[in-house]
Design a protein around this ligand. Structure first.
Ligand code: ASP
Length: 335
């Protein structure tokens, strides 16, 4: 067998061995590159993928990575863009409140060493993703909730501010007229942001930030700040993040499931599809009433996304381009 053919075959074979060893994963290559007379496959780096139509967040993260920055900084800074965007009614300032009119935020972050930090049900602090990072880096804990998290944030120099904007208050007042609580299938182009990045060194980090479901019960927390639910990263394998009805993501530990499926050799796309299938199969026909969407990236920089219903999209930065891409989805039946 000619040497070149042999090397190409070897790469393909090693791709098939992903399940066996993470050392082999690190050697897998996905972009063809000519080196002398041989073609070797290189991993794609840097890569950023984020839930929904979030071009600015992804661009911010990508710039950090292009300048040689760390994936952890990239995902934090990307999330901060959406937290500060008052027009987005599901993240940070301007997020829709709970039934009592309080905006409560959830966020988590995970680095390439498997460290994790989260805050749950935080009022009055906009950049909860940075508070989550402080929990990870400056405390012996992984989660802080409600008043404790708020006090911790203030002690770290975060400023308190009113997170309820005029338009979110108006929307809540309109909702109160009927007070009907139905988690809706989100067909907007923006929601919880889950962001995954691979830096030039090949290190992977992830972050997730949200105001949770609009008009939730006071105290309700979804998947977004829960390790393995809304986010999971394993630097040897890849990362995954979720958006949509958190209760359903949590019941199947969705992001952890996707990373474990990739560990077993599934591509990011296959893993996202299997994880959605897990929810759909458990829920029978009820899946028609809610949406869940997943994104994933593996160590080679390959990405995937899948949702239950149409209208889930994600932003992907890869090989110099930042694009919003419509996700494939499970429910192709017309309503
Ligand atoms: N997953 C979030 C939650 O359940 C909400 C969302 O993504 O829309 O809190």
């Amino acid at each position: 067998m000619k040497r070149r053919k042999f090397i190409e075959r070897l790469s393909v074979t090693s791709l098939g061995l992903v399940a066996v060893s993470s050392t082999i994963i690190a050697c897998n290559k996905t972009v063809k590159e000519k080196r002398g007379s041989t073609t070797v496959l290189q991993p794609i780096r840097p890569v950023v993928i984020a839930t929904w139509n979030t071009p600015l967040a992804v661009e911010t993260a990508a710039k950090i990575l292009q300048n040689g920055g760390a994936a952890l900084d990239a995902v934090e800074q990307g999330c901060r863009i959406e937290e500060a965007n008052e027009k987005g009614q599901s993240v940070g300032k301007g997020g829709l409140p709970d039934r009592e009119g309080n905006v409560t935020l959830d966020a988590c972050i995970m680095d390439e060493k498997g460290n994790y930090g989260a805050v749950l049900g935080v009022k009055n602090i906009k950049h909860v993703i940075s508070v989550a990072r402080k929990v990870m880096e400056d405390t012996p804990h992984v989660m802080l909730v409600a008043e404790g998290a708020e006090q911790f944030a203030v002690s770290k120099g975060f400023e308190r501010e009113d997170l309820l904007t005029d338009s979110s208050k108006k929307a809540w007042e309109q909702w109160k007229v009927k007070s009907e609580y139905k988690p809706i299938i989100n067909i907007e182009n923006h929601d919880t942001i889950g962001l995954l990045a691979i830096d030039k060194n090949g290190d992977i980090s992830g972050a997730c930030t949200t105001s949770g479901l609009a008009y939730k019960m006071a105290g309700r927390v979804g998947d977004s700040p829960i390790i393995g639910g809304g986010l999971f990263v394993d630097n040897e394998i890849g990362g995954a993040s979720a958006t949509g009805l958190g209760e359903e993501v949590l019941k199947t530990v969705g992001s952890f499931l996707i990373v474990e499926l990739m560990r077993q050799g599934k591509s990011p796309q296959e893993a996202c599809e299997i994880a959605i299938g897990r929810i759909v199969n458990k829920q029978g026909k009820d899946f028609k009433n809610f949406q869940v969407g997943y994104i994933a990236v593996n160590k080679q920089g390959e990405t995937g996304a899948y949702s239950i219903h149409e209208w889930f999209s994600y932003n992907l930065y890869k090989e110099g381009e930042n694009k919003n891409i419509k996700s494939d989805y499970f429910n192709k039946q017309k309503a």
